[in-house]
Design a protein around this ligand. Structure first.
Ligand code: CTP
Ligand code: CA
Length: 223
């Protein structure tokens, strides 16, 4: 456990971090979600706090507990995540590490959907969720530094570079989550940070080390 540095480089800076998956209900007992442990977002919030930042940690239902010493806002859905982030503005930086579900079920049932024995299948209609990052990056209350994450397969840098432009963020932290990398669900990460000045590939290291390096880069950008 790192103690917050009272005089760290991020003292007086307010940083929002989103983390974990969102859960979009199908009915009271079922949901759709992305795979996400919340480990990288949690490590990043802890590292930012350790550098003295005031951290608002907006988290979906993650596997790992939130760090100590941060303001925790718990949400379930993408709509709730957007509202929590907007409620936490203004901020100096916003880091979007959450794996937000891209769609929600627009005909979610109020009561549990039952199998009636006939083999009849439920039909789910989907609607697109708001893009929390793009909404904030393109808003009047845009923080000075907006950072997105992109878990990709195949041409990682090309996908992430296009995503950075489309969403209007300053940096995209991209990683390759192809099954053969073993990154998904593991304790290590291998990232490429894409900014206006190009792509910077970091060696594979623990998620805590990625968090520390990213927090230091954020501190440099804000000071
Ligand atoms: N993001 C978000 N809200 C959404 C979807 C994504 O805030 N509804 C953020 C994520 O937290 C991440 C970044 O946007 O920082 C990229 O997410 P990603 O899922 O890779 O991007 P998408 O635009 O949803 O593209 P894809 O079709 O590849 O899923
Ligand atoms: Ca997505």
């Amino acid at each position: 456990v790192q103690a917050a540095l009272a005089d760290g480089p991020l003292k007086g800076k307010r940083v929002i971090v989103t983390s974990g998956p969102t859960h979009e209900p199908i009915d009271p007992v079922r949901y759709i979600a992305n795979r996400s442990s919340g480990a990288q977002g949690t490590a990043l919030a802890r590292a930012l706090s350790a550098l003295g930042a005031e951290v608002v940690f907006v988290t979906g239902p993650a596997d790992v507990p939130p760090p100590d010493g941060v303001q925790v806002e718990r949400v379930q859905t993408a709509d709730q995540m957007l509202a929590a982030v907007q409620g936490a503005l203004p901020a100096d930086a916003a880091i979007f590490a959450a794996a937000v579900a891209d769609w929600r079920v627009d005909n979610a049932a109020e009561s549990k959907i039952k199998k009636d024995g006939s083999g009849k299948l439920p039909v789910l209609n989907f609607t697109e969720n708001p893009d929390v990052l793009a909404t904030v990056a393109q808003s009047k209350a845009r923080p000075k530094l907006v950072v997105g994450f992109a878990a990709e397969t195949d041409d990682v840098v090309a996908h992430a570079t296009a995503k950075r432009a489309r969403k209007g963020c300053d940096w995209i932290v991209a990683n390759d989550v192809s099954p053969e990398t073993g990154i998904m669900g593991g304790s290590e990460n291998a990232v490429t940070v894409i900014s206006a000045s190009g792509a910077e590939t970091w060696p594979r290291m623990s998620k805590d080390q990625v968090a520390a390096k990213l927090a230091a880069k954020i501190a440099e950008a804000l000071t």
